[in-house]
Design a protein. Sequence first.
Lengths: 302, 396
Amino acid sequence: MFFLPSEDQLDLQRGVRELLAARLPLDRLEDGFDPALWRELTETGVFGLRCDLGLGLTEAALVFEELGRAAVPGPTVGTFLAAGVAEGPVSVLDPHQQPLLVSDLDVCAAILVLDPAGPRVIAPVVGTALAEPLDPLTPLHELAEVPPEVGTRLDVPIDRVRLEGALLTAALSVGLAARLTELAVDYAKQREQFGRPIGSFQAVKHLCADMFVRTELARASLHSAAVMLDDPQAGSAPRAVAGAKQLADEAATTNGRSAVQIHGGMGFTWEVPVHFLLTRAWMLATDFGTADEHAEDLAALL
Amino acid sequence: MDLRDSPEEAEFRAELRDWLAHALPTLADKPHHTDWPGRREYDTTWQTKLFEAGYAGINWPTEYGGRGSSPTEHLIYLEETERAGAPYVGVNFVGLLHAGPTIAAEGDADQRAAHLPRILRGEEIWCQGFSEPSAGSDLASMRTRATRDGDHYVVNGHKIWTSHAEVADFCELLVRTDPDAPKHRGISWLMMPMDSPGLEIRPLKTLRGSTEFSELFFDDVRIPVSNRIGEENDGWRVTMVTLSFERGTAWVDQIVNSIQLIEDLTKIARTVTSRTGSAWDDRGLRRDIGHIAAEFDGLWALTKRGVSEASTGSGVPGPSASVLKLRYTEARQRLMDLGARVLDRASLSRTDIAGLPNSTWTEERLNSLSYTIAAGTSQIQRNIISERILSMPKER
């Protein structure tokens, strides 16, 4: 047993982090989906980690934490899952979820349908754009029905695709949770009231400590689930993924709330980018199974 | 990242399982928690068996009679002994986990020879005299005074929260030897025989009605200067040296136990009936069970991460131990509340009723109230995490 990333895995993660730090600072986030950045990420191998580079979900989870940390706009999870079958970007449609919403329909090259009979990839379809999606950087379209065309079947069981999707979504949320902690801590160190940094007050620093702890727990759970998806003998992946998604949702959404609170009045403004991360976290909490659904699944596996 | 046993780890695990399967049936029934002589007998008998089988002091260096196992083997040891239902360290807690390692790290050759083998064999029980009524979270403000009189210290003062005092042979005692020095600098670490004249032990009744710990009153208690570990006035550092000794394994037994309890709870929930069927039919309860399971599976993963960090020698045991302590202790309390929701009215009895295992849950629901207070309150853990990991400014 050695439950820490290898040097190679850390190098991979660091590479993506540096690329995104240079290309997508938070003050540029508002520009939304960036085709040039998407191409760069594709060329770097972010979406082809498995089909082109032969790496596993452990590496993918580490890389997706970075995509989450930078809050990269675009359908990252679907693009990874459909890699090798469709050129990205690939959006996801879950027929179980009403209303039928698909993200990034204007920019995607295909849609991955989480069909209970087997996952399939279809060409983009027409939908009605939501006038004001909650996450301003993730446009959503409503579909009237589940598109019937078969498209291309993915040679993977639907349960497996759902587990992988939940894992990668959890990775994005862990990345968001970590970034939100950093933003809150940095602000609390420099913002002064009553003649001292607000981060010196226990009422504030204890919120930050909880943000950190939540993220650490969610990350350990995420990595454990990723290892189990790659190595079935390491443990029960369905159980681990159901746990990781719950903890990651909780970390990202609760940290988002705390980060707004710690930024005070400024946290309620458009100008401070914390809200972009919080609404992203709220969106991800509905992707690939809610925490409630995963809690029920996990209880059934005990 | 690898969660599987290496061949050596698998062999260690298999041998240990085999030994436990043979050794456990030879153990007498567990005594009631109020029967102190019985508890000493039970815990030390088990410790002697561990010693004879080569498992005593699993993480102690071999030069002091320990097994010198890696942090990962230590984790496996704690996991397997808990799964098998073996006793935990019990009254050997302070000797094996704190006083012994402190003597190993900071004592001289005579002090080590006098105590370490006896602790490992279960022949010597230790207790801890650190906290005082006015020095809890602010431990360094302690006032119990030791003045030199020839080759003795004369101790006067008052200690509190001393577990196992009734059955202990020695106490690891922090005393103030220089009242004029800054508070962390005037403290010394002494080994006090518990039969010293002038020492009064007064049991303190807990909210469970048990006497888990005592108060110690010192009236001119004489302790030989040769019983001091480390230099005079260097006791604070001596104490802190040992706090990193657990190498990420501090809560292994309880986290493994919690996961087992959650699995048990799914069975209990199927037998407890309420207005609308069994507790298991209640979707809200089922979800909460699935949620607490996520929490403890996560804590188990976090434990493995911490142990791996310790095995590289690069981990920061203090602050990352705070992360685990904070989250685990609060989760354990939530688990016990959830158990009470499943048990419903059976949670009102501290003995088993109606064929249910409710006593375990009810006792632990009470007992777990202490976890967020003992060994650094949750508030102190949050200070440590925010100040030492997140580098946030101190309050003053």
